[in-house]
Design a protein around this ligand. Structure first.
Ligand code: AMP
Length: 281
């Protein structure tokens, strides 16, 4: 496995594969890797000849009061894990390498679906994601790019961006990887105290209970308010509990497949999760 820290170095590493028309798979990450990330790499490995993983903590997707400075940076450990799952090239650029010294004047904004859910709590977040992903796509020029359903809204934003701007890339969504107790794996889980970590799995348990209630004919409104109540009782500070169609449209009744979304804080740590619920016809 090679590690490249410059755009030029990455191009030099990828050019032979491009010339040989090899299929290039790309997994963008912010590092501090866990099994969730590694499953994206495994999915890429299955489908592609060459697998590139980027590790870049992108400053412009963090709000002023978010954890950019403290975000865990563990490149050496990440590299060991990536080598084990068959990554070919790690791209780990500096902020200066990605953004240069000249001011950036171009913005990318995916409207409507970003003014919702996490976009409401994190203004500018998805614009920052759209810019960095577009830059990375242009740098890596992959055939396939892999994103986790854990960040369902982000995946939808990237799919929309690729479609709207005719990017010649196929975006693949990979299911959520969970700990044995159901907690969706996240780099931010490391911020949880022991007690918070013990509480955290109830987020997924609450979503599963909601799925059962819906299948038993309970109305959406009641189910959403049950989720909110259960999370609050468990000790979460709820940001939102919402339901959308798989394409993130608002919906009032459970009459088609839906996705339940929650975001809530445990202490200072903000956790998100979602559950796709099928409507049986
Ligand atoms: P991050 O490093 O948090 O920016 O995540 C990089 C990629 O890994 C994103 O596409 C995430 O959606 C994905 N990811 C993170 N955690 C998980 C998980 N538990 N299951 C599946 N994908 C994940």
């Amino acid at each position: 496995m090679k590690t490249e820290t410059t755009i030029q170095g990455l191009s030099a590493s990828l050019n032979p594969a491009r010339a040989a028309r090899k299929i290039i798979g790309f997994v963008p990450t912010m590092g501090n890797l866990h099994e969730g990330h590694l499953n994206l790499v495994r999915a890429a490995r299955k489908l592609c000849d060459v697998v590139v993983v980027s590790i870049f903590v992108n400053p412009i997707q963090f709000g002023p009061n978010e954890d950019f400075d403290n975000y865990p940076r563990t490149l050496e450990h990440d590299s060991h894990l990536l080598a084990e799952v068959g990554c070919d090239i790690v791209f780990a650029p500096s902020v200066e390498q990605m953004y240069g010294k000249q001011p950036r004047l171009t913005n990318i904004s995916v409207s409507e679906i970003t003014n919702d859910l996490c976009g409401l709590q994190r203004p500018g977040h998805f614009d920052g994601v759209a810019v960095v992903v577009t830059k990375l796509f242009n740098i890596v020029q992959p055939n396939f790019a892999f994103f986790g359903q854990k960040d369902y809204q982000q995946l939808a934003v990237i799919k929309q961006l690729v479609r709207d701007l005719n990017m010649p890339i196929e975006v693949i969504g990979v299911p959520i990887t969970r700990a044995e107790d159901g907690l969706a794996l996240s780099s931010r889980n490391g911020y949880l105290s022991e007690q918070e970590r013990a509480t955290a799995p109830s987020m997924y348990a609450t979503l599963q209970a909601a799925e059962k209630q819906l299948q038993n004919g309970q109305s959406l409104d009641v189910v959403l308010s049950n989720i909110r109540q259960q999370l609050t009782e468990a000790g979460f500070d709820v940001d939102y509990v919402e339901v959308r169609t798989p394409m993130l449209q608002k919906i009032g009744q459970f009459d088609q497949d839906i996705v339940l979304f929650v975001a809530a804080k445990l202490g200072k740590t903000r956790l998100i999760d979602n559950l796709q619920v099928k409507h049986s016809t």
